[in-house]
Design a protein around this ligand. Structure first.
Ligand SMILES: Cc1ncc(COP(=O)(O)O)c(C=O)c1O
Length: 380
């Protein structure tokens, strides 16, 4: 294959051309500042409110519950720091994205009571542990699906716990928007984070859903935009772009997820046939586009590099830092030993992938794994 195969859609996606066209239109036609009182400003404001309306409808929220941010990281920081400013106890999980994990650690350093809930060996939150620790909890933050191993968390069951104990519920939905049907109101969430570039929208665009009546302090102070919650001149082309991207992703969601799920299962079936290989994450409660495998005795970074030579772009499942050889916190949390965790790989499919590309990867991966095992110092 001489074309590059992009299998890293959990890291980011290629911006959809229709999204770019919409952004282009807005940037050229409605470039006013949405805070300006003249008609150019008001036109920009209209574009933004139209986008807010569209997003609200698609996510099962009121338009006024949608706040625009610069991405998933900002939304997670905004939710956690904004709420915890006046609260004391936070429970999150051990497998959150660093945007939540590092923020939770920061809050802990500042003296807050922070607990990191365990997950089982498939990467699903241990609900009994959560329930046991819920007493006096102000905020629970659990991601909808994990970015490394794709495990989908039981948000419905967590929300049901609110009937017994009162707490605010935040979810990082960065990996699920456009992949799983989301109805924020029905899901009984209070806060939720989204990022445009994960669903073929522009990078540097995000959303924080804040349920009406939930009070939190701003992360960014200034001119008082976004109803005094998030200052800064609004990125109107980006806002129009994220709305368009979500609209397109929702329109094709079912068909797309069916297609990707078939390709995912073909990859899983085939990679499982490799000697001493292991699927990480849950077999069923898993994102339709996620494949995460470990190959015993193989060095993950070498696997990625050799696949790149073949034109296949994937990510290491372990995201280990070459400096300290620390394994991924997610693989550690599901109980993988170092030797298994180091030999892991994540394939994340997207709408531009084809069965032909999957077949090519299925042919190449076993060859490369075998070659690396021949030179591996690990005996098995
Ligand atoms: C689950 C999850 N949360 C948050 C983020 C951060 O989003 P952003 O890149 O928009 O800051 C990512 C991105 O990788 C993610 O996968």
């Amino acid at each position: 294959m001489n074309k590059k195969i992009y299998f890293d859609n959990a890291a980011t996606t290629k911006t959809d051309e229709k999204v770019l066209m919409e952004m282009n239109r807005v940037a050229l036609e409605n470039y006013g500042n949405a805070s300006s009182l003249h008609s150019m400003g008001q036109q920009a404001l209209e574009e933004m409110e139209k986008a807010r309306e569209t997003i609200g409808k698609l996510l099962g929220a009121k338009a006024k519950e949608i706040y625009f941010t610069s991405g998933g990281s900002e939304s997670d920081n905004f939710a956690l720091k904004g709420i915890m400013n006046s609260k004391n106890k936070l429970i999150t999980t051990k497998i959150e994205h660093p945007a939540v994990l590092r923020t939770a650690e920061y809050l802990k350093e500042k003296g807050k009571n922070v607990l990191f809930n365990s997950v089982d060996e498939k990467g699903i939150i241990k609900l009994d542990e959560l329930e046991k620790n819920l007493d006096k909890t102000d905020l629970v933050s659990v991601m909808h699906a994990n970015n490394e191993i794709g495990s989908i968390q039981p948000l419905k069951e967590i929300a049901e716990l609110k009937e017994k104990k009162d707490f605010l519920f935040h979810s990082d939905m960065v990996q699920t928007a456009g992949k799983i049907k989301i109805n924020l109101n029905k899901m009984n969430l209070d806060l939720a984070s989204f990022s445009g570039h994960k669903f073929y929208g522009p990078k540097g665009t995000g959303i924080l859903y804040i349920r009406e009546g939930v009070d939190l302090i701003p992360l960014i102070h200034g001119g008082g935009q976004e109803r005094k919650k998030r200052s800064g001149t609004e990125n109107i082309p980006g806002i129009a772009g994220i709305a368009k991207a979500l609209e397109l992703a929702e329109k094709s969601r079912e068909e797309e997820m069916n297609k990707q799920e078939k390709m995912r299962d073909k990859l899983i079936k085939s990679l499982s046939e490799i000697n001493k290989s292991k699927l990480n994450g849950h077999e069923k409660l898993r994102l339709a586009n996620n494949v995460n495998f470990s190959f015993f005795g193989v060095e993950g970074e070498s696997l990625i590099t050799l696949l790149d030579f073949e034109g296949i772009q994937v990510s290491t499942g372990s995201a280990c830092s070459s400096k300290n050889l620390k394994i991924s916190h997610v693989l550690e949390a599901i109980g993988l030993s170092h030797v298994w965790a180091h030999g892991s790989l994540r394939i994340s499919l997207g709408k531009n992938n084809s069965v032909k590309e999957v077949d090519f990867a299925i042919k190449k991966i076993p060859e490369i794994v075998e070659g690396l095992r021949k030179i591996s110092p690990v005996k098995f």
